[in-house]
Design a protein around this ligand. Structure first.
Ligand SMILES: C[S@@+](CC[C@H](N)C(=O)[O-])C[C@H]1O[C@@H](n2cnc3c(N)ncnc32)[C@H](O)[C@@H]1O
Length: 320
């Protein structure tokens, strides 16, 4: 397993320095200011060049770069992005080091970006056209919602114990369910928080965002601490599939970045103690739904009551 690194937070221009600092404070990140009006790739090339011969530049904190950067994340929770333009400035930076991923803070909010070409980037964007279509119900039946609600459709509150980038959370909320979204990874929780705050300002997604409460915490502990009065109707688990070939709610490019982030920080999907999570969920909620690859055995070998299938995965339903 790779050594844990501090996360690099890139402010896209000096005006985002404070926002980047506020974000980085949540996960002891390291802030560097990107030049404005310069292509991301060009700025990185110069950064790296500027580091040659600097023995410990990686530990020094804020970059002193002050030229301009153009472009930005045009991707979202389901896409890649790219930046264009020529470097015209002093792109000196101190913090790139051997980082391979960074969090970027700029005009379009927060995104996770791969520092290696093609600089894949992802951010939480509920207004992204394909997701928005699903949220509006234009993409047909959502087996997830069917599994969460059950035939009697009594469920009103879902505890999404593995919120990730919030795609499943948003789908559940778009059908009127209140969702407590729990994410334990500080960077993923920060990306989701950022996406939710943008969603709450957009009239197309405001009502969905209003139904979602985000908690940055370990869901196993949250579920164990819930008293009977706070019992959610349904607990939902979508643990990272051990096999990268299996489909998740996120498109494969985005999921690769999420996996790389977890590995960069020394955590691995396998480190998730899914048996404990399932046990805590079953103790806390009368209905538990677990997303599984279509042909995988049930989580922790625990046979479900029934399953709801979709093209790429299935939802195992446990009822008390
Ligand atoms: C496959 S992703 C979930 C994707 C999510 N369903 C979506 O639509 O974006 C799994 C996520 O669960 C989180 N996770 C795993 N175990 C957790 C736990 N015990 N508490 C909170 N979050 C957890 C991981 O950090 C990761 O972000």
């Amino acid at each position: 397993m790779r050594e844990t690194k501090r996360i690099l937070v890139l402010a896209e221009g000096a005006q985002y320095r404070d926002a980047a600092r506020a974000v980085s404070a949540r996960f002891a990140g390291q802030v560097a200011v990107l030049p404005e009006g310069v292509a991301f790739e060009q700025a990185l090339v110069q950064w790296r060049a500027s580091r040659v011969g600097e023995p410990d530049s990686h530990a020094r904190g804020d970059s002193r770069g002050d030229s301009r950067s153009r472009g930005g994340c045009r991707g979202d929770s389901r896409g890649d992005c790219s930046s264009r333009g020529d470097c015209r400035g002093d792109c000196r930076g101190d913090a790139v080091g051997e980082h391979t991923l960074a969090v970027r803070v700029g005009a379009d909010g927060m995104s996770l970006i791969d520092l290696e070409p093609p600089h894949r980037c992802l951010r939480v964007d509920f207004a992204q056209p394909r997701l928005l279509r699903r949220l509006r119900g234009c993409a047909g039946r959502e087996p997830l919602v069917h599994a969460l609600r059950g035939k009697a459709a009594r469920a009103t509150t879902v505890l999404d114990a593995t919120a990730g980038l919030g795609v499943d959370t948003a789908i559940a909320a778009s059908r009127g369910l209140r969702v407590i979204a729990v994410e334990r990874h500080a960077v993923l929780a920060a990306l989701l928080r950022d996406g939710l705050s943008r969603a709450s300002l957009d009239e197309r997604t405001r009502s969905i965002a209003e139904r979602i409460t985000l908690m940055e915490a370990d869901a196993t502990a949250v579920l164990r601490d819930l008293g009977a009065a706070n019992e959610p109707c349904v607990a939902y688990l979508d643990p990272m599939f051990a096999d990268a070939a299996h489909k998740s709610a996120l498109p494969s490019g985005a999921m690769q970045l999420v996996r790389a982030l977890l590995h960069q920080e020394g955590a691995s999907p396998q480190a998730e103690n899914v048996a404990d999570l399932l046990e805590a969920a079953r103790a806390a909620a009368p209905r538990v739904v677990v997303k599984r690859p279509r042909t995988a055995p049930p989580l922790a070998g625990s046979a479900p009551h029934h399953s709801v299938r979709e093209r790429t995965c299935r939802f195992d339903v446990y009822v008390r």
